[in-house]
Design a protein around this ligand. Structure first.
Ligand code: TXA
Ligand code: MG
Length: 344
């Protein structure tokens, strides 16, 4: 198939978004920006269209997709009920990087939910995403735009080749804002369970007075047997082909020393905080930024870039597992396949 490419980095062109929205209605695939990561979208109510997403991504069919909406009125058509806690979260965080799991209604096809009786819903904030959903007048099913297992796309350049000829439209909206996928939650017995950490943090929920539980597989390993609340936890993700290791200590000196010790005997690239760059003179480094926001917006692109250097080892400095740091560490622990050294 020929992929049609729209560059909306400088200026949003409604006519182009309308054309892409028409394509969604016709059951076609549209790659589009959101504020978290790029999405690979199709009509969420059309089984055949949704199947094309799984095929293009090479995604396991039991790993469910998120439905993206732009208007709160459509929520009742898709889900059985919206609880008090969910209502408060919607009011506070939508549109934005929060995905909520609900019991689904019949109208939501089983291909989307991987056979589960629940469905994940999110209302993105990105203007192109919102217009695409509005003009199509449909909920858009969209996973992160990446071949399954690879880091999610945060700039179109990173994923253009992967999806060229596999999607009908690609919309370039520039570098996304956040750079990590949305927080995924499910409320059970009055407690907010975080199934995937993101920009909306545990602390954000606690500040509003809610009780929060974090699924233990978020930082730990999945043993292949336990029942998981989110099927995504079971699958390898974000992984470069190059061997990689994650190092963290609260004590920056100790962390830097350990990184150097490992780098010494390898042809390594070090992914470090910008403020540590000058401590690694003589080594190959890529700086990730200093704030958690900077690191989160750069990390997926940097993982892809470092993999292309053909090094023997990628060494990554970790961050404190707090606030947005929990989401960053969740992605890095998975990217390094749990090759994580934490120094007390
Ligand atoms: O920021 C995002 O969420 C991006 C943008 C495009 O919106 N989308 C995204 O989708 O990251 P995806 O498919 O890559 O990740 C969806 C996650 C998976 O881990 C999946 O297992 C989980 O949400 N999920 C989806 N439906 C679920 C359900 N019914 N119950 C539990 N987990 C679910
Ligand atoms: Mg994904």
């Amino acid at each position: 198939m020929e992929t049609k490419y729209f560059d909306l980095r400088e200026k949003i062109d409604d006519e182009k978004i309308k054309e892409a929205a028409e394509a969604i209605k016709e059951g076609k695939l549209v790659l589009f920006p959101t504020e978290t990561v790029y999405g690979l979208g199709a009509n969420g109510l059309d089984e055949n269209a949704v199947k094309k997403i799984y095929a293009a991504k090479g995604r396991a069919s039991d790993n469910p997709l998120i439905l993206h909406i732009a208007d709160i009125k459509i929520l009742d058509k898709l889900v059985k009920s919206v609880g008090d806690i969910e209502s408060k979260l919607i009011e506070k965080f939508w549109p934005g990087p929060l995905t909520i799991i609900f019991e689904k209604k019949e109208i939501v096809p089983n291909v989307i939910t991987g056979g589960l009786n629940t469905v994940a819903i999110r209302m993105p904030e990105n203007l192109i995403a919102r217009k695409l959903i509005r003009y199509s007048n449909l909920p858009i099913a969209a996973p992160s735009a990446n071949i399954s297992g690879k880091p999610s796309g945060t700039v179109l350049e990173d994923i253009k080749e992967e999806f060229d000829g596999k999607v009908d439209y690609m919309i370039n909206g520039g570098k996304v804002n956040i750079g990590l996928e949305s927080t995924v939650i499910r409320v059970v017995d009055g407690i907010i369970h975080i199934l995937r950490p993101g920009k909306i943090t545990k602390e954000n929920f606690e500040d509003l007075g809610f009780d929060v539980a974090i699924e233990k597989q978020i930082l730990g390993e999945y043993d292949g047997k336990e029942k998981v609340m989110s099927p995504g936890i079971k699958y390898k993700h974000y992984a470069p082909n190059t061997k990689s290791v994650l190092i963290y200590s609260k004590n920056n000196e100790k962390m830097v020393d350990k990184v150097k010790e490992l780098a010494k005997n390898e042809n390594a690239v070090i992914l470090c905080k910008t403020s540590n760059e000058n401590r690694y003179s003589g080594f190959d480094v890529i700086s990730m930024g200093d704030t958690l926001e900077e690191i989160s917006s750069n990390i997926f692109t940097i993982l892809r870039k470092s993999d292309k250097l053909n090094k023997s080892l990628i060494i990554i400095e970790g961050v404190k597992e707090e606030g947005l740091g929990l989401a960053i560490m969740n992605r890095l622990i998975r990217a390094t396949a749990h090759n994580y050294i934490k120094i007390i």
